[in-house]
Design a protein around this ligand. Sequence first.
Ligand code: ADP
Ligand code: MG
Length: 472
Amino acid sequence: MDPSSNSILLKEIIKELIWSVKPQDFLTYFRKMTISKLENNWVVFWVESGFMRDNLRHKFYDVIKDSTNRIVPETEYVDFVIDREIDTPSNNQVIDCVKEYKELTSKKKKEDKKESINDGVIKKIINQRYRFDNFVVWASNQLPYAACEAVSRKPWKTYNPLFIYWDVWLGKTHLLQATWNSIKDKYKDSNVVYTTADRFVNDYVSSVKAKNVDKLREKYRAIDVLIVDDIQFLAWKKQTQEELYNIFNLMYESSKQIILSSDRPPKELTELEARLRSRFEWWITVDIWSPDYETRLAILQEKAREREFIIPQEVAEFIAENTSENIREIEWLLNQIIAEYELHNTPPTLENVARRMNKLSITEHFISNVSAKRKKNKISYEDLIEYVSSHFWVDKKEVMWDDRRKENMIPRQVSMYLLKTRMNYTYERIGNIFSWRNHSAVLYSCKKLEQILKKNQDLHYELNIIKDKLWI
Ligand code: ADP
Ligand code: MG
């Protein structure tokens, strides 16, 4: 078959994959590839590295096969082979998946933008990034999360009306917009409106001025789900409250879903009309309090991962320990760190992050605390090897024993390296664990891994995931 048509097919397959694989996974594991063989019912992909091959084989086999199948229907098997020549400039069949991803998603963004202009104000104020799956849940926000999630699955049937109150910057808007996004994903034709109380006020005031309040009422009457954020802004606006109250009543009586949020509990909204207040009291209300240390850490890591940025564990812990309880501050810091890295190429270290936070003086105390904590939470070497092996989809016994197969090498080197650098094992002790290798073999493995890590950002990323999971 003509090789250029292969690359056209591959492009189509990659397009399918982009929508089927999580963005962060796609950007981590899918790099340069070509189709080397397209015969009978086989499709063979040439890929950039062993790391890519192993991950595609183990983690993404089914989804790749399905996507290939959609483009080349007779496909029954797919396979992956490393191509050392993939970077040769004359190789014009190569598709760089990351580049492809960026092009495709920016095209989509532009289309979305166009659409949103036609679609009026609503879509413009919705942030597509606010989703349930990137909302970190902790004990005290579990209830509002679960309530919103339930409502998004079955609007009109579960918690109606739903009223969420919660301190500023703790994720109300994220949750409300995630609900919007999720309902829109499931019920494409539904009329879901997200608005804020001050927008509602503006709408109302201009319709009064234009003498077409009826039109406004018509508009809201046609809505299936109405989400109003920040209703604390309605305080003092008596007439608007009255109008909103009428709209709520109408909607509620015809079983339409209403979701509200405020940064004050209903009892504190003393300025609001008594009528409105009493309504709120019998609606389902859920409240929330601040995230604890573990959650702040999880939020930071989630946000960093979303931005495909690696934060060293110590730095992440330091930030989580020393930020107040609001998430904006964590996000602000992360943005600063990323900007510093992108603009000046300065990676985040404990020292420069502490300086930025004006907390340089407490780093020493922090470091001694961290090592004490690590000692307390100590996991065994067996746990570590077990986890590393399962992370790389290999068998723990083979990693520990003298098995020379290639797929066991990286997991073995990673285990040794972590035992040495994070758990302070001596080379001798590590040698004993790994079927009595001598200490220089262990030293060699650790150095080798360090070299690989310098060049291989993907593996670096994997290592950080493992460290996070094991809390080491
Ligand atoms: P609020 O509306 O309560 O003032 P936001 O929804 O604007 O708060 O949240 C502030 C920022 O913090 C947003 O960027 C949001 O994505 C993030 N955030 C808040 N809570 C969470 C959470 N539980 N998980 C992930 N991100 C969160
Ligand atoms: Mg908000």
